[in-house]
Design a protein around this ligand. Sequence first.
Ligand code: KIV
Length: 274
Amino acid sequence: MKNSTHKLLEQKGKRRISMLTAYDFHTACTIDEAGIDMILVGDSLGNVMLGYENTLAVTVEDMIHHGKAVCRGAKNAFVVIDMPFMSYQGSVYDAVMNAGRILKETNCQAVKLEGGAEYADRIRAIVQAGIPVVAHLGLTPQSFNTLGGYKVQGKSLAVAQKLLADAQAVTEAGAFAITLECVPEALAKLITERTSALTIGIGAGKYCDGQVLVYQDMLGYTDGFTPKFVKKYADLHSVMLEAFKQYKAECEAQTFPAPEHTFGIDDEVMGKLY
Ligand code: KIV
């Protein structure tokens, strides 16, 4: 049975929610098979799938293209799709129309957007249109230029107070869940206690209602920089690199393809071709 906002919210305070990113059909199928509650088609696809340095160049079309594939693979998992940079910042109208497009064209269950009280009007209007919203607070990568980089948010009293106020504002606006990215654990705990929305942490400690990770990070897909909050559950980079090297060697040595990978033809038929 497909997860719903109601079923997910019933878990608050009872069972922790698991969420992973996905950007393609097969990964979504495997995540779904593992029983993960939620899948996020994050705009991190700009970094991990498209090779951009940041998420700013990602378009609504990119999100729809990848979102459609993920939704085809997610039988039970609740799929959330990120609203990319400049798809909601400009106006309430843009926000509702782009959220509507994403939902209609992909068959996802919710959209996510970055920002707090300043975007409460967008969240309220999207929810009013019948589209569940996940808010995203703390380190909001689409604003890295104004945040001064990718830093933990909420260590100072002023920023911690703003985060608490933002969590309240997005909850009142109708967000059913809040992603908390790179927020000190004790602050994430307080936010989780004070909001009726589900908090889904990434680098926000163990007291959130759920956790999310980028699947390439947790699978060790690359040997590049790994953020402090990531636990590597596998070392796929080594597995893939070894397989690719062995394949190259076997192509050169002509040991691949072997007879079991090869199609035959009657000698008689072949004989008539010469
Ligand atoms: O885009 C993304 O993958 C995200 C997660 C880091 C939460 O927003």
